[in-house]
Ligand binder design. Structure first.
Ligand code: SDX
Length: 428
């Protein structure tokens, strides 16, 4: 293939270089387009055909259902790694040695205390506030308590901001859940592993000794790994574009949390459980809901199905589906919702509407069933997604800053009124 693209506009032909990635993806570099063509730009709602950056963090092939973090297959990482070493690899580029991982963990746990005044902000929220709104606010508020983490330019300053948020974010997650449950806001222990510490902070009861359940530890570790990064999805693109104004890491993450909240994105895991519950309450009538999903007059969508990039099975959904059976069996939980989910999946996989549109279960379709079996409230599901995605957001923010990417500022095509004179109100 030639290494240039030719564009014909009217009588003129323009040439643009082709960029080729390490997995043979090809892009047209249009950096010079507007200048060369005297103002012509491209337009691509939802950026379905537009790359925002070059990145070395995550590779996914939607047609083949492939997902790799820093070149490592998601199936291997989910099986053989733990969440903190995956976080290290995503952020710094290589799987850590034991010494590197121990130091990373130690530096994070030194930062796993949050200014007590943050509790005053938490107290100001109504009890029925959605946890994603609380978490986004508290994450942004961390900037006020850690001002040195805003104007970070050196790798050392970035590292300090990164271990701060890796240490404090799980505290905010636990406090957000416990506040809604009327439980005291507690801390874990520096002596615990990262995921063990999260579980202790979330589930410790004030009147009994907390004992770790290895089934929960393994299940959460795997779920956090599977959610850790996913190239330029909606919330990651949000973190990158907010970070491109040098707004600081915590503010950029807060914006990413808000983007993830949407039911078309990370909010889908909560919406899936609510949908499955509704189907169960409705006598398990999956055909009715399949009909609603296909009816263009009905806003209902089959939540947990379809994906912007995957036009094959989401590899994460495959792993989570197997884990759901294992975890529920190990916990001795029988959840009829799992069967409703499997029935719906089978129907959709054999339905022409879904097959033609290549709509398969995505990461959100089965994850909520495991979260619920673990005792996590449904409105906390997307918060757990955010906890998993934290290292991916950090890695993408760090890459954008180290590569000194320009501030994100898309163009537009104006379709409003042409110039017209102002009319005084008494003449309108
Ligand atoms: C995540 O991008 C990422 O990587 C995200 C994520 C990550 O890790 O960061 O993977 C996490 O967000 C997973 C997706 C979770 N969202 C849901 O499960 C919500 C339900 N899914 C859809 O809303 C939808 O599939 C999207 C938003 C995920 C993708 O939408 P697209 O790519 O914009 O596709 P589209 O809306 O243009 O749909 C194409 C066709 C349309 O029908 P036609 O106009 O061709 O007739 O498929 C239909 C859609 O109506 N369709 C669905 C459907 N999803 C798409 N119809 C019914 N149910 C669905 N779920």
């Amino acid at each position: 293939m030639s290494d240039i693209a030719k564009l014909q506009i009217g009588e003129n032909t323009y040439e643009f270089p082709l960029v080729k990635g390490t997995e043979n993806e090809v892009a047209i570099d249009i950096k010079t387009l507007r200048g060369a063509t005297n103002g012509v730009i491209t337009i691509d709602p939802g950026y379905k055909n537009t790359g925002s950056c070059e990145s070395a963090i995550t590779f996914l092939d939607g047609e083949k259902g492939i997902l790799r973090y820093r070149g490592y297959a998601i199936e291997e990482l989910a099986e053989k790694a733990d969440f903190l070493e995956v976080a290290y690899a995503l952020i710094f580029g290589e799987l850590p040695t034991k010494e590197q991982l121990d130091k990373f963990h130690e530096d994070i746990m030194k930062q796993s205390v949050v200014d007590d005044d943050v509790k005053k902000i938490l107290d100001a929220f109504p009890k029925n506030a959605h946890p994603m709104g609380v978490l986004s606010s508290l994450t942004s508020a961390l900037t006020a308590f850690n001002p040195s983490s805003v104007n970070v330019d050196s790798e050392e300053e970035m590292y300090n901001a990164i271990v701060k948020i890796m240490g404090k974010f799980p505290v905010l997650v636990a406090w957000t859940m416990r506040k809604k449950q009327g439980l005291p806001l507690n801390y874990g222990s520096k002596k615990l592993g990262y995921v063990e510490n999260v579980l202790k902070m979330m589930f410790e009861q004030p009147n009994e000794e907390y004992t770790q359940n290895p089934v929960l530890v393994n299940a959460l570790d795997k779920l956090l790994i599977l959610h850790a990064d996913h190239e330029q999805n909606c919330s990651t693109s949000t973190v990158r574009i907010v970070g491109s104004s040098h707004a600081g890491l915590f503010a950029s993450l807060s914006a990413g949390i808000s983007a993830l909240w949407g039911p078309l994105h990370g909010g889908a895991n909560q919406a899936v459980l609510e949908m499955l519950e509704a189907i169960k309450e409705d006598g398990g009538d999956t055909k009715k809901y399949m009909g609603k999903a296909k009816d263009k007059e009905d806003p209902f969508r089959l939540m947990g199905f379809g994906h912007r990039v995957y036009k094959n099975f989401d590899p994460r959904a495959k792993i989570i589906k197997v884990a759901a059976d294992e975890v529920l069996a190990e916990l001795g939980v029988k959840d009829p919702i799992l069967n409703v989910a499997k029935g719906l999946e089978q129907e959709a996989l054999n339905d022409d509407y879904f097959v033609k549109r290549k709509l398969y279960p995505n990461v959100d379709f089965y994850s909520g069933i495991i979260y619920r079996a673990m005792g996590i409230p449904v409105e906390m599901f997307t918060v757990m997604f955010a906890l998993g995605r934290l290292p991916g957001w950090i890695a993408q923010w760090r890459e954008m800053r180290l590569r000194k990417e320009p501030i994100g500022r898309p163009r537009q095509v104006y379709i409003g009124e042409n110039v017209r004179p102002f009319v005084n109100i008494n003449k309108r």
